[in-house]
Design a protein around this ligand. Sequence first.
Ligand SMILES: Cc1ncc(COP(=O)(O)O)c(C=O)c1O
Length: 432
Amino acid sequence: MTRFSEIVERARRVFPGGVNSPARALKHLGAPLVALGASGPYLHTDRGRLIDYCMAFGAIILGHAHPRVREAVMGQLESGWIYALLTEREVVFAEKIRAHVPSVEKMRIVNSGTEATMNAIRLARAYTKRDVIIKFDGNFHGSHDYVLVRAGSGAATWGVPISAGVPRDVVRLTVVVPYNDADALIKAVREVGERLAAIIVEPVAGNCGLIIPDREFIKALREESERVGALLIFDEIITGFRVGLSGAQGYFGVMPELTTLGKVIGGGFPIGVFGGRSEIMELVTPSGPVYNAGTFNAHPVSIAAGIAVIEELERGEPYAIANEAAERLARGVEDIAGRAGFDVVVKHIASMFQLYFKRGDIKTPQDVRESNEKLYFKLHEVALRHGVYLTPSQYEVNFTSAAHTRDIVDETLAALERAFRELKLEAGASAP
Ligand SMILES: Cc1ncc(COP(=O)(O)O)c(C=O)c1O
């Protein structure tokens, strides 16, 4: 037994499934990867140095261990790291978010995306004095009861449509509608009518692979929620500060009432934000009756890292590098897969891309489910042997960062060329 397989064995004795989050179990590999470190575009693991396209499921946009972020965090550590008091830095951080994200006037800073969506939904229910929410099939908003109904991400990879332990009464208050289907949304809103508190949506879906919605769907979200007096919540935990400084709401030019943020804005440290119009946010404690509190809220280390990341992104250059990398990879993978004789669809926006073994297009979570998952897993495994760590499931997204320079992309494409050839030999035939 090697040192690493011993770690995995010990982990299995102390953690359910041997991990602390299901997407890390890597069921198709038979064992989780053991991380040893990370720098720039690389993960250093028990399987060697890998070019990383998971980037902590989108939490990293500048590259791993970015010097500016490290310096900010070290600077914070010099003067202690938690006070549970107001700090000037969290005000600076919030002012930056407010300046960039059009719908956010006031916000509360929490510790994770899960907390952000849970609080946003609670707030929407309190504001509208209604109970029912609409969420979309394949969208993932974290791991709390209100949203674990036909969720994406790990819940999709592991085939858990409704988590055990979520009370039936909670499930009844969550109406699930097909994603990117304006007609289905209009019909559902008509049915729920004035019991509808909120529609929560990923404005670009990143937890059922990558699905870029039609403008018509985005328009229906805005119009239908307004028509019945419900709040529109954009879950921008992936898209916020990734699709651009103003997120998907800036990209589509649509203003939700509430927005949730996370991932990128913590620079790799735990964070979540929910925010919106002042009048709604004033309902949050201590101004109003919607309870939110947290020992670690607006943690100084996350805030220091977050300011550093946003300041870097404000320069524009990191976006240019990361976006170019994703675009070249999307085109390159399509070419390489085609040459190897596979039917592959690649979706791409900003610094995100995903590939599916499928003919036709990807417009809905059902399209993703109809893709050849086994081939994706096989490609993931083969690419790993060639030094590339693709995102570990077709239900997740590949992310690039400012560390994915042209050379790194060239190296990746060369490795993927070899990987696809090998896949061809192993799979024997082309995709479905
Ligand atoms: C869109 C979206 N919302 C919410 C979450 C939950 O965030 P966290 O993992 O920080 O709790 C995620 C995490 O992947 C996400 O992708």
